[in-house]
Design a protein around this ligand. Structure first.
Ligand code: ATP
Ligand code: MG
Ligand code: MG
Length: 406
């Protein structure tokens, strides 16, 4: 040891102050929904302080956060004030005020992932252009500004045609399908008209939807989770199966596309890459989320390091953990909102009661103050020795739900 640090000093050899615990960095999260809540859960385990910014006083993360600032993540002054109180700023939703994030970055605020990434991702059309430039396979697409343009895209891509709004899309709200030229106009109207900013995608004739969760550390090292299958109903994620039941070659291809897509973006954190698998074994990219994602909820119970812990590790600058599965299989089922009010809560509770008696099942309830149809209220993950067993357990849990409803 050198003479300088051989005596009393509170500084270490590299002269940085001694860190108490895992990290003393305050992590600021824009958004306090269920993703923020699950980030807070894992943060408490490591005593990492997570502050959330969300307009809802009783947002899902509020009860668990180190601090909850009630305010809009879409308001410049609010985001600036919030950012000044944090060591690193991250997001649980991509629909934030990105111009402010860019300004804050110029002032030296540490945003992970980078504002440039949020800017690309929050506009689905820009996102497609970006990935096309990086030679990532995706369904053909084009911008449309008027009905003539929409008709031309229909002539080019055929029907059904997927029309999407460029911004503020989630859970399929922002997508409309036109089955024929006659349906174009009503599909456009249902999305709020051309002024909203629309584009079209060629229909992807997928046989399965897959997703891969990819983590990137601050040193740009990348780590991928097992490829999963996601099952959507009416554009909204219902079930996730991990690992996906696809040949090894497809898993490899899906992981490669996910790796390449994330490599083209800047910043640390979790990224979720949604993919289509076609009958002829092609993988096409659907979209990327720059944050933990519904397709990775199973990792809480099924992986050595969950996507939420991995996200925290990545943005704080800790080494990434092990993403591999510690159980042979996992299945996740979203608890979606039903009817308004008490009948909906009753149904959800009946489902939860049945889940609680299934070995290997874990119930997550997000504690949202209100239930709305198709709103994500919670989820149930079952882990076990094989997908066949888990499917049977899930089916029996859901079958009883149907008989309850009748
Ligand atoms: P999320 O909640 O995942 O953010 P979103 O509102 O951004 O959803 P998308 O991911 O664009 O919506 O689409 C939702 C679903 O619609 C997809 O998972 C898929 O099932 C279907 N879909 C999207 N694009 C296409 C397409 N080009 N062809 C066929 N189906 C599609
Ligand atoms: Mg989306
Ligand atoms: Mg999606």
């Amino acid at each position: 040891r050198g003479s300088r640090d051989s005596h009393q000093s509170p500084l270490r050899k590299d002269e940085s102050p001694v860190v108490h615990g895992v990290s003393e960095m305050i992590v600021g999260v824009l958004g306090g929904g269920q993703l923020g809540r699950m980030l807070c859960q894992v943060a408490s385990q490591m005593a990492i302080k997570v502050m959330v910014l969300d307009p809802l006083e009783h947002c899902p993360a509020s009860a668990l956060a180190y601090h909850h600032v009630v305010g809009s993540f879409d308001d410049s002054a609010t985001v600036e004030d919030f950012a000044k109180r944090c060591g690193v700023l991250t997001v649980e939703i991509e629909h934030v005020d990105v111009t402010t994030l860019e300004k804050l970055e110029q002032q030296g605020v540490d945003c992970q992932p980078k504002a440039s990434t949020i800017r690309i991702i929050q506009d689905k059309y820009l996102q497609k252009v970006h990935f096309l430039r990086h030679a990532i396979p995706l369904p053909e697409f084009m911008q449309i500004d008027d009905l003539e343009g929409a008709k031309r895209s229909g002539d080019l891509f055929g029907y059904p045609l997927m029309i999407k709004s460029r911004k503020l899309a989630y859970d399929g709200r922002g997508n409309a399908v036109a089955k024929s030229e006659e349906e174009l106009s009503s599909a456009v109207t249902s999305l709020g008209g051309f002024d909203r900013g629309l584009y079209v995608e060629k229909w992807a004739p997928f046989v399965k939807e897959l997703a891969v969760i990819v983590a990137r550390a601050r040193d740009n090292s990348i780590s991928c989770y097992q490829v999963v299958e996601t099952i959507h109903k009416e554009n909204i994620c219902h079930i996730v199966k991990a690992p996906a039941d696809v040949p090894w070659k497809i898993r490899k291809l899906a992981t490669d596309v996910g790796y390449k897509a994330v490599s083209s973006l800047e910043g640390a954190g979790i990224f979720a890459v949604e993919l289509f698998l076609t009958a002829d074994g092609q993988i096409l990219l659907n979209e990327v989320a720059p944050r933990p994602h519904n397709s990775g909820h199973h990792t809480i119970e099924s992986c050595y390091t969950s996507q939420f812990e991995q996200h925290l590790r990545a943005v704080v600058g800790l080494p990434l953990g092990d993403p591999s599965m510690k159980t042979p299989a996992a299945i996740m089922h979203n608890i979606l909102g039903e009817d308004k009010g008490e009948p909906g809560f009753l149904l959800a509770n009946q489902l939860i009661q049945r889940a609680l008696s299934i070995p290997g099942a874990t119930v997550h309830w997000y504690d949202k103050p209100e239930m709305r149809k198709q709103r994500k209220m919670g989820h149930i993950t079952i882990v076990g020795p094989s997908m066949g067993i888990l499917e049977a357990q899930l089916n029996s849990m859901l079958k009883e739900e149907t008989s309850d409803v009748q």
